[in-house]
Design a protein around this ligand. Structure first.
Ligand SMILES: Cc1cc2nc3c(=O)[nH]c(=O)nc-3n(C[C@H](O)[C@H](O)[C@H](O)COP(=O)(O)OP(=O)(O)OC[C@H]3O[C@@H](n4cnc5c(N)ncnc54)[C@H](O)[C@@H]3O)c2cc1C
Length: 452
């Protein structure tokens, strides 16, 4: 089949779908994006109100993939990448009624109360500890085995709350933290692997994946707007309610009565059954077993901040501390023009897989929790925010848990059985924004190499 004979439908206009469509089009393919909502962007959305610029959904990403840096280069005329201010790079962990700065290396990591002396000493032996051989080992088991219980309790558990709103006892390292898994498998140790990787980076080809925290000037939605502008809004169909993809003989698929040779889905696993009624239920069942963390997000804006000093990225809370928030991010401290001078912007996350019931709480109940938690943890004598907004996500973050292998097998089987179908999105290949961009780019690259 020639490139010009191809007609590709992308379902979902979130970051994955838009990146895929952008590169496919750049490589000369005909693409139509179908989106059920009346706007593009998926969970990425920027809001402006009373002098605050704030995000619902993700606030920042990590520049962990070259493809993400390249997308920003490609879109430089239409949106401006912003890196987090290094002056506010401190990351806090809540322990015993106060925040402690996290240090992973150097003298301060020896004196930190976050880890026991036993585990600090045990860490010295990490490079010589035996390599694990269970491919389905959870993050919790792996960290206990290599680093010790307090590293799990006060570093990895809150880190996974921040990234997955998840539970280290349920997340399987090979799927949830593939880079960490590879460090042990390839180098035998996190420390040895980390050092070796650092050397390789220093001596090898410079990488654009600098692992810095990124956003976009005036909000992440400007990345979405730039993608939409370049794809052309005439190629993005919004408000496509109750979309159904059908198989047709002459062409492979029909979407909204239009014919397509290929369909690329970027929707969540829960949306597949109604979208693709022809897919076998048993295979879909294996994909649908994956759980999603439900997240409630509260944005707080203060015109005049009177709490503790907030020159920080924000803080995460170990589950063992039994607080009602997962973490508090401080975008007003590390991004430009997000809050009035002397003010503060906080993004508070609640719920996750450990407290799914929060999703059902009323706005008043959530406000009471936030008032108590933020008041106490951020040292506010009185809780009088000038901005309070609440957002809820039923399918916020997919959990790469024990069913991951079967899920990926089912996806691969379906793609083999139904030629021209790609099942993508964050149900596989990583949940971070940089992972989403990478996946979209790889899909487009594969089309290019196959059909050019
Ligand atoms: C609260 C929250 C905080 C996060 N924080 C971070 C963070 O700090 N850093 C980070 O890197 N990542 C973060 N993430 C994860 C990251 O934002 C997502 O993984 C990524 O944006 C998902 O993009 P996507 O395009 O794959 O999916 P989505 O954004 O979900 O887009 C999918 C699109 O498909 C559409 N759709 C669904 N069903 C249909 C259908 N039947 N027909 C047509 N269209 C359909 C949806 O409406 C949506 O627009 C966060 C996510 C959430 C929810």
């Amino acid at each position: 089949m020639q490139k010009k004979e191809l007609n590709i439908a992308v379902i979902g206009a979130g970051l994955t779908g838009l990146t895929t469509a952008y590169y496919l089009q750049k490589f000369g393919f005909q693409v139509q994006v179908f989106e059920k909502d009346n706007r593009a962007g998926g969970v990425i959305k920027t809001h402006q109100k009373n002098g605050f610029v704030y995000e619902s959904g993700p606030n920042t990403g990590s520049m962990s993939q070259e493809e993400a840096a390249e997308l920003f280069e490609d879109l430089a005329a239409d949106c401006t990448l912003e890196y987090a201010n290094q002056a506010a790079k401190a990351r806090w962990i809540w322990l015993g009624n106060k925040w402690h700065e996290m240090h992973m290396g150097g003298f301060k990591s020896l004196t930190t109360p976050l880890f026991s002396w036993h585990d600090k000493l045990r860490m010295l032996g990490e490079p010589w500890r035996k390599k694990g051989n269970n491919p389905n080992e959870t993050v919790a088991d792996m960290v206990r085995r290599r680093m010790g219980k307090t590293f799990l309790r006060n570093a990895v558990d809150p880190f996974l709350s921040g990234v997955y709103a998840g539970d280290p006892e349920q997340l399987v390292t090979r799927f949830a933290l593939p880079k960490l898994y590879a460090l042990e498998q390839n180098y035998g140790s996190f420390i040895r692997g980390g050092i070796q990787k650092h050397r390789e980076r220093k001596n090898g080809k410079p990488t654009k994946a600098n692992r810095q925290v990124f956003s976009v000037e005036n909000g992440l939605e400007n990345l979405i707007n730039a993608l939409v502008k370049n794809i052309g809004s005439e190629n993005i169909r919004l408000a496509c309610k109750n979309l159904e993809v059908k198989q047709s003989n002459e062409f492979h698929f029909s979407v909204n009565s239009e014919s397509f040779t290929h369909v690329i889905s970027t929707v969540g696993s829960h949306a597949l059954r109604s979208l693709f009624p022809f897919l076998p239920k048993a295979k879909l069942g294996a994909i649908e077993k994956m759980n999603y963390a439900k997240i409630t997000q509260v944005i707080l804006g203060f015109n005049n901040w009177e709490g503790i000093p907030i020159q920080s990225f924000g803080g995460l809370v170990p589950s063992a501390e039994n607080r009602d928030v997962l973490g508090i991010l401080l975008p007003g401290s590390f991004l430009k023009n997000r809050a009035p001078k002397n003010g503060a912007l906080l993004s508070v996350f609640l719920g996750g897989v450990k407290k799914p019931e929060f999703f059902e709480y009323s706005k008043q109940e959530i406000e009471q929790i936030v008032k108590k938690e933020v008041g106490e943890m951020m040292g506010l004598k009185q809780f009088k925010p000038d901005l309070l907004e609440l957002f809820r996500y039923k399918y916020a973050i997919p959990q790469y848990s024990f069913e991951s292998e079967q899920k990926l097998q089912a996806i691969s089987d379906l793609e083999t059985e139904f030629k021209g179908l790609t099942l993508a999105g964050n149900m596989r290949d990583g949940i971070g924004m940089a992972d989403r961009i990478k996946q979209g780019r790889i899909i487009a690259n594969n089309f290019f190499t196959t059909y050019s």
